[in-house]
Design a binder for this molecule. Structure first.
Ligand SMILES: Nc1ncnc2c1ncn2[C@@H]1O[C@H](COP(=O)(O)OP(=O)(O)OP(=O)(O)O)[C@@H](O)[C@H]1O
Ligand SMILES: [Mg+2]
Length: 364
């Protein structure tokens, strides 16, 4: 168990491909950190640099108080699960999982016990005598997880380890992996592009975009206080809607002008926006904080339904007015369909405010 740090780390693959830019991150001993971001943002590259599989262009990677920049992967005491499984094709599933234990010279009985336990947990007990080519993608993925968790390394590195499992198994594995990591207390860095996975599992989430760390904080903070409009729309499903608004005055009070309408502000947000000195804003609202109604609502915005999607327990309604579109959750009993006229409303207290120039959150 160990702390892990990126100190001003860059990765330049050459030919203009800078995959990771000025990455600074201190991961605590025993912490579960999720690297979250869209495809190509530099997640795997960051993880591979931690593993020692990729040289860093500049900066330092530190385990505990030791700079490991030039330490080979086998000397870093890490267990990894990568996208491509990397199983031994000629070994059975049992031998694949037990391989790290054999190398650690653990007794045959103990190996059998540990492999059986792990296989049970991952629901692959009946496959232990098979070889990797006789398994489905999801079963191979679970074998790779088994090989990683069968021993207790200093650091777990997971790269989308459950991406190929079906939704039900994925939900169960999220809970099992989290439980196991908590029990073992092994520092874990877990790459995913799935914000739900990051929100549900991580102690802290590192949100990346285009090689740049956008925010590194608890799931709650990232969700409730996104550092910028990009993080705000990436985290949360269905995503936050953004509207371009301008500050205006109504009878001396600060208000927001939006698509030829005026939106009043609560006193707290009014003071906050006044202090920012900004005039152009991106205003965000999460779908569960916006409501639509077919009847006219005081202060509601008159609009039309653009799309309607059943989510199961409720309905996601996207409404359109002017050049803006906003998503709102409604009860399944809501009868509006595409093209229906309706009224959108949300409270000023539930709005998120970002600087329209650079997307940064307006300070509280
Ligand atoms: N060996 C390489 N040589 C050159 N460019 C590379 C190499 N590996 C990755 N890249 C580039 O670096 C960037 C980051 O890649 P990386 O694999 O880290 O993304 P990722 O966040 O893991 O994406 P995904 O979710 O698709 O796995 C991408 O633009 C990619 O094309
Ligand atoms: Mg990747």
């Amino acid at each position: 168990m160990v702390t892990v740090s990126f100190n001003n780390v860059w990765k330049d693959y050459g030919g203009g491909a800078v995959a990771v830019k000025e990455l600074n991150m201190d991961i605590k001993d025993g912490e579960f950190v999720s690297l979250l971001g869209p495809s190509g943002c530099g997640k795997s590259t960051s993880l591979r640099m931690l593993a020692g599989l990729e040289h860093i262009s500049s900066g330092e990677i530190v385990f505990g108080n030791k700079v490991v920049n030039t330490l080979p992967p086998k000397d870093r005491d890490i267990a990894m699960v990568f996208e491509n499984y990397a199983l031994y094709p000629h070994k059975t599933i049992f031998d694949n999982i037990s391989n790290p234990l054999k190398q650690a010279k653990i007794s045959t009985d103990e190996i059998k016990r540990r492999v059986t336990d792990v296989a049970k947990l991952l629901e692959i007990e009946q496959l232990l005598e098979r070889r990797p080519q006789e398994l489905s993608g999801g079963q191979k993925q679970r074998t790779a997880i088994g090989r990683a968790i069968v021993r207790q390394p200093q650091v777990f590195l997971f790269d989308e380890p459950i991406a190929h499992l079906d939704a039900k198994l994925r939900a169960r594995m999220r809970s099992e992996l989290k439980h196991l990591q908590h029990k073992l207390g092994v520092t874990t860095i877990y790459v995913t592009h799935d914000q739900l996975e990051a929100l549900t599992m991580a102690d802290r989430i590192a949100v990346m975009n285009d090689g740049v760390l956008q925010q590194f904080d608890t799931p709650q903070e990232v969700y409730q206080n996104p550092a910028n409009s990009w993080v705000a729309t990436f985290v949360g499903e269905p995503g936050m809607s953004l509207m371009e608004m301008e500050m205006t005055r109504v009878n001396g009070d600060l208000a927001l002008a939006f698509e030829k309408k005026t939106i009043n502000l609560d006193s707290k947000n009014s003071a906050r926006l006044n202090a920012s000195g900004k005039t152009k804003l991106l205003v965000g609202i999460r779908p569960d904080k916006a409501s639509v109604s077919l009847e006219e609502v005081a202060g509601g915005i008159n609009c039309r339904i653009y799309s309607r999607q059943l989510l199961g327990a409720d309905v996601l309604v996207e409404v359109e007015f002017g050049t803006s579109r906003v998503r709102a959750k409604a009860d399944t009993s809501f009868v509006g369909t595409v093209g229906t006229e309706c009224y959108l409303s949300f409270r000023s207290e539930d709005m998120y405010f970002f600087d329209a120039e650079n997307g940064k959150a307006i300070p509280h």
